[in-house]
Design a protein around this ligand. Structure first.
Ligand code: ADP
Ligand code: ADP
Length: 226
């Protein structure tokens, strides 16, 4: 599903290059649940952002579902993103002025899904997440865990092939974090949705089947656990 070949990312300042990622070569198959771990500043978020097409690598090849992402025009990349990728952020990134239902609807509007189908998909996901009663509330009226559920509902409603999550439970208490990890595991096992998360938590990483460790912009370890 994902193939990275010799990915590099650096910033040049007065001719001096500072490398964020170096020689990153790896592949991820459909159905895997991968955790990216490593110290702060190692390049984890940068790698996830490149995979999520939110940032471009300076060098190297990235194939996503057989398509050459680095060779694409911005518009094609956005299209690919909207059709296949659900991104979940540590700080949720919900739109404060929009209700729960409106936040969840946003990606469907981008994809030009007709109104009746939008309504039924939003209703289904609210029901599944036990959030029907909260549909007209605003993000600041919800707990952190509920906000993250909305963030995940928004990622899922467009029926992505992969969920990319950057420290999805980083701002949550442990009970809420467990709920989110259980949900990821279920999505992975029952719906074969590929999951890639950046996490500092050994416990969160155990929910997945593979751990990639990054240090100083380099993949140091790649362990498939089960
Ligand atoms: P976090 O660790 O919470 O992800 P960072 O402090 O690493 O956040 O980065 C916050 C933002 O600042 C990022 O979006 C990044 O692009 C930018 N940034 C980080 N370090 C630098 C830097 N040395 N020069 C310019 N921009 C930077
Ligand atoms: P991690 O997610 O592992 O904490 P990041 O991918 O956020 O690491 O950042 C890796 C390094 O890249 C950090 O040292 C950060 O300061 C640097 N960085 C991020 N964005 C920029 C930027 N726009 N310009 C320069 N340096 C940056």
């Amino acid at each position: 599903m994902i193939e990275l070949k010799n990915i590099e990312k650096y910033y040049a300042n007065k001719g001096v290059k500072s490398y964020i990622l170096r020689h990153v070569t790896t592949s991820i198959k459909q159905g895997e649940f991968v955790s990216i771990m490593g110290p702060s500043g190692a390049g984890k978020s940068t790698l996830l952002n490149i995979l999520g097409m939110l940032e471009e690598p300076t060098y190297g090849e990235y194939h996503f579902m057989g398509e050459d992402v680095t060779a694409m025009k911005e518009r094609q990349r956005i299209e690919l993103y909207r059709n296949h990728i659900g991104f979940v952020f540590q700080a949720y990134h919900l739109i404060d002025e929009m209700t729960v239902a409106e936040n969840i609807e946003a990606p469907l509007l981008y994809k030009k899904i007709p109104g009746a189908e939008r309504k039924s998909r939003i209703a289904d996901i609210l029901d599944r997440f036990n959030m029907v009663a909260k549909k007209d509330l605003f993000p600041n009226q919800l707990s952190g865990g509920q906000q993250q559920l909305v963030g995940i509902a928004r990622a899922l409603v467009a029926q992505p092939s992969i969920i990319l999550a950057d420290e999805p439970t980083g701002n949550l208490q442990s009970a809420q974090a467990e709920q989110i990890m259980d949900l990821f595991k279920k999505l992975n096992q029952e719906e074969n949705i590929t999951i890639l998360q950046v996490t500092h938590s050994e416990k969160n990483a155990q929910y997945g089947n593979r751990i990639l460790t990054i240090e100083d912009g380099v993949i140091k370890e790649d362990v498939t656990v089960k």
